[in-house]
Design a protein around this ligand. Structure first.
Ligand code: NAP
Length: 242
């Protein structure tokens, strides 16, 4: 897919979907900056794939800018960014959710994508590359107990559309990916009475795999997706089609 010599930054790449994306890009020959809050997991992934680890808290705009500067200083260019880091957040009725929990979820899942694109785009304009923002099926439909997550993931879809149409004439492509429930540490610890209905809501009859999301991300970054701009790619085993 003509990835040779290209450079990517992937946030939240120490675990789950971000890790799978980092591994898939590296397998295509991309030099990957593994950006994560968690130095233990991030360092390990970077070492495994021959990439470079960058510790970042994506809620801090100065650290996100430093992450982009790190990628350019290390590899000389930036072609791709995958703004993936996220958390699941409070599961409750709005009246029971604290303002602090709301603000934290929005900072990690929404502000991070704004900061990411703000600092990645000037570099990616130089290389005419692409960005993928990781939203969720809950960026397209609601879940009754996940109002903060639903809000942030809809915002990610909206920012992707707005930035995508703004920058398309300048030769870079920005799209979002909307996974269904994926078997990653994000879902760890959910009891069977919660997990079983989640699984059966997917017509495919199982949770998705991080690698299945990564395949779509890699496609969207590649030149094969040259006419795909501001789009929302659903990877959900049929969840939102029912
Ligand atoms: P995950 O396995 O928990 O991985 C997320 C990674 O992001 C972790 O390494 C985590 O570090 C890191 N992270 C958390 N907060 C951060 C911060 N402030 N700054 C930098 N890194 C931070 O989660 P995942 O399931 O792969 O989810 C990845 C993305 O996909 C998220 O945006 C999520 O909302 C989205 N998504 C997931 C699912 C799903 O079912 N899994 C479905 C739809 C969408 P720690 O190890 O320190 O926590």
């Amino acid at each position: 897919m003509s990835f040779e010599g290209k450079v990517a930054v992937v946030t939240g790449a120490g675990s789950g979907i971000g890790e799978a994306v980092a591994r898939a890009l590296a397998a295509e020959g991309v030099k990957v900056v593994v950006a994560d809050f968690n130095a233990t997991t991030g360092e390990k992934v970077a070492q495994d794939i021959g990439g470079a680890f960058c510790q970042v808290d994506v809620t801090d705009s100065a650290q996100v800018k430093a992450m982009v500067d790190f990628a350019v200083a290390k590899y000389g260019r930036l072609d791709y960014a995958v703004n993936n880091a996220g958390i699941s957040g409070p599961q409750d009725a709005i009246v029971n959710i604290s303002e602090d929990d709301y603000l934290k979820l929005i900072a990690v899942n929404q502000h991070s994508v704004f900061y990411g694109m703000k600092y990645e785009i000037p570099e990616i304009l130089k290389t005419k590359g692409a960005i993928v923002n990781i939203s969720s099926i809950l960026g397209l439909v609601a879940e009754r107990l996940a109002i903060c997550y639903v809000a942030a993931k809809h915002a990610v879809a909206g920012m992707t559309k707005a930035a995508g149409v703004y920058y398309a004439p300048e030769g870079i492509r920005i799209n979002s990916v909307h996974p269904g429930f994926i078997d990653t540490p994000l879902l760890a610890g959910l009891p069977d009475e919660v997990m079983n209905p989640i699984v059966s809501a997917h017509p495919i009859g199982r949770l998705g795999k991080a690698e299945e999301v990564a395949n779509v991300v890699v496609f969207l970054l590649s030149d094969k997706a040259s006419n795909v701009v501001g789009s929302q790619y659903v990877v959900d085993g049929g969840y939102t089609s029912v």
